[in-house]
Design a protein around this ligand. Structure first.
Ligand code: NI
Length: 224
């Protein structure tokens, strides 16, 4: 499932993140790429200074922890430290799939879900669309600052060349406690029905049945 999530960061969080990034050093993105990705990757990434990373991480992780749509769609178990990527004019990232195993510095984990969080006004740069191949064709994604897209990490994707201005994004990988994307999608939809029922008719027998089935499906499919 490819899902856009609006306002992962609010105005104040976005301003703070961009302020930290404006005063930071960026390095060649090839340094963090796997062997295949290195051939097609042309961007820059934030040099990981512990102090800045801690601040950025705090903002991002706390906003995601409170985001209902993200939690319901991703069913997160572990998350990697985010990468902040900058694309200046002429930069792009060719077709690739993200690394399967993440977490070089900390505990290792499997990437099930990739997230791109857009940090700049889409009018301020040209090109730079994230293009994700899905079974329904290619989807081009370029979102408002503060909005994010999540998609299965197994999807082939690329970043179109930036032709003017500067694209800045945060990238994050999640290991879900439900590995199979089809099961996650089913749980996401069932949970929406469940929440609506819990609001409209909390005492209804149907609500209790759906609620119980949802919990037991999560238990059945969770590989925590
Ligand atoms: Ni990627």
């Amino acid at each position: 499932m490819l899902l856009e999530i609006a306002r992962v960061l609010n105005e104040a969080q976005l301003a703070k993140v961009n302020e930290i990034l404006a005063g930071s050093e960026f390095v060649d993105g090839k340094l963090s790429a796997g062997m295949a990705a290195r051939q097609v990757k042309l961007n820059e990434e934030l040099k990981k200074e512990p102090k800045q990373m801690e601040l950025l991480l705090r903002i991002l992780v706390s906003s995601l922890a409170h985001n209902k749509i993200f939690n319901s769609a991703a069913l997160p178990y572990r998350m990697a430290d985010p990468i902040f990527a900058r694309y200046r004019a002429g930069m792009h990232y060719g077709d690739h799939v993200d690394d399967a195993i993440m977490g070089k510095s900390g505990p290792r984990f499997r990437s099930d879900i990739s997230m791109t969080l857009f940090l700049r006004d889409p009018e301020s740069y040209q090109g730079g669309e994230l293009v994700i191949r899905t079974s329904f064709g290619a989807r081009k994604v370029k979102l408002a600052a503060g909005d994010a897209v999540i998609y299965p990490s197994s999807s082939l994707h690329h970043v179109a060349e930036v032709t003017a201005g500067e694209r800045m994004v945060a990238l994050l990988w999640v290991q879900s406690h439900v590995r199979d994307p089809a099961r996650r999608e089913l749980l996401y939809e069932l949970n929406q029905a469940r929440e609506q029922l819990l609001q409209q008719a909390p005492e209804d027998e149907t609500t209790k049945l759906v609620d119980r089935s949802f919990s037991n499906l999560v238990r059945m499919w969770s590989d925590v």
